[in-house]
Design a protein around this ligand. Structure first.
Ligand code: SF4
Length: 400
């Protein structure tokens, strides 16, 4: 048995409410002004600190012209508008990595997202492509909640009680390359929020127990949706020996979910849905599947980021949508669909603080570096990890 623990709360989690405000003004300021927000910012040459947003904008466009054909800028849906406008392609994490791998001519992939996404792009891209993350401190609080050593210890504990061939590890896309590799190495697989149910079907055709990392909510919601009762789902607490579970609980369970969550999506509550329904009689409630089960059950529609975007864009004129997901995306949807009423269920404007660290000044810093032949914030993945993580991703692609 592995003895633990002094696991600390990930810093990104503590910092998560840093950008929350009651105003809906999320306009970019100079980096020196934004440095006033109490999060870890990566050091950047001084000249970028005071550049005004307009100047940043012009200089980024100029770099793109110089690097034309060589660079592909990928923008996650949760990025700020001032960053997303420079993206050559916009999407969710998996779609962006797929786009990178399908653009072999792009020597440089500048990933405006978070660290695990840039790693995923490294795993699927060719050896001739280089991936960059504009701000190295743009992590993900959920991925941080599943450090490799803790997950390896948990795996060892579980397979000391039940046969390894009977447990299938599934990791959500929002996890580090090492965790994806661990799944690949042990007969497991990656899932996204849109294919999680299919991945569960695959997993239960291979074994009789699932170990789901790192989002307990997506794991629990998918298991319930798959027909597994709550009594058969247990939560692995990495802060306690044997996850805080008895041998009997581990043996009897069908699904063991890691005690992780997304700090952005767990801000939403069933109470907010009740309030939204009391304001608008004909409202549609649309939420992301990383929410606690009671919020999912109170909603009308549940789906991935791409599902949320498509549902709102295709909705009839005049319809009303209370949306539960990251605020930068909800604001953009509202702006692009002026014929509908669209608002965020959370009255506090609280962007993903890690995504938000991709300030345009960081994007410019990396691009100007590339124009001058200097590589800044290149992301790489160890070959062995890459190989095993690719196996887990391939398994997912085969069942899609
Ligand atoms: S929204 Fe949540 S899961 Fe996505 S990057 Fe931010 S913290 Fe991570």
């Amino acid at each position: 048995m592995a003895v633990k623990k002094n696991t600390a709360m990930p810093i990104t989690e503590i910092e998560h409410s840093a950008f929350c405000s009651t105003s809906d003004q999320l306009k970019v300021k100079t980096l020196s002004e934004e440095f006033g927000v109490n999060v870890r910012w990566q050091k950047i040459p001084e000249k970028y600190l005071t550049m005004q947003p307009d100047e940043l904008d012009v200089r980024i466009s100029k770099c793109k012209e110089i690097l034309q054909g060589k660079v592909k800028i990928l923008g996650h849906h949760y990025q700020r508008d001032e960053v997303i406008k420079h993206a050559d392609f916009e999407g969710d994490s998996f779609k962006l990595s797929k786009e990178a791998s399908e653009s072999p001519d792009a020597e440089y992939i500048v990933f405006c997202g978070v660290h695990f996404m840039a790693e995923t792009a490294c795993i699927v891209c060719s050896d001739d492509q280089k991936v960059f993350l504009p701000n190295i401190n743009a992590g993900c609080s959920m991925a941080d909640m599943a450090p490799t050593d803790d997950v390896l210890d948990a795996w060892d504990d579980i397979v000391s009680l039940v046969s390894a061939s009977s447990v299938v590890p599934i990791t959500y896309m929002n996890s580090t390359a090492s965790i994806k590799a661990l799944c690949g190495e042990h007969g497991g697989i990656v899932c996204t929020s849109s294919n999680a149910k299919k991945v569960f079907e695959w997993a239960f055709s291979k074994g009789d127990k699932v170990f789901f990392i790192p989002d307990q909510h997506l794991g629990r919601n998918t298991a319930v949706n798959f027909g597994i009762s709550l009594e058969d789902i247990v939560v692995w607490n990495p802060f306690k020996p044997f996850g805080g579970l008895s041998s009997e609980q581990i043996k009897k369970s069908k699904v063991i979910v890691w005690q992780g969550h997304c700090a952005v999506h767990t801000r939403f509550s069933a109470q907010q849905i009740v309030q939204a329904r009391s304001r608008y009689k004909d409202i549609n409630i649309l939420v992301n599947p990383e929410f606690p089960l009671e919020v999912e059950e109170a909603a009308d529609y549940v789906g991935s980021t791409e599902y949320i975007i498509n549902t709102v864009n295709k909705a009839a004129k005049g319809t009303i949508w209370g949306v539960g997901t990251e605020i930068s995306l909800v604001n953009r949807l509202a702006r692009l669909n002026p014929d509908k009423t669209i608002f965020c269920l959370d009255p506090i404007v609280c962007p993903c603080s890690t995504m938000y660290r991709i300030h345009p000044a960081y994007l410019l810093w990396v691009l100007e570096g590339l124009c001058n032949g200097i590589e800044i914030n290149r992301i790489t993945v160890d070959d062995n990890i890459k190989r095993n993580a690719f196996v887990a991703l391939e398994r997912m692609l085969q069942i899609n």
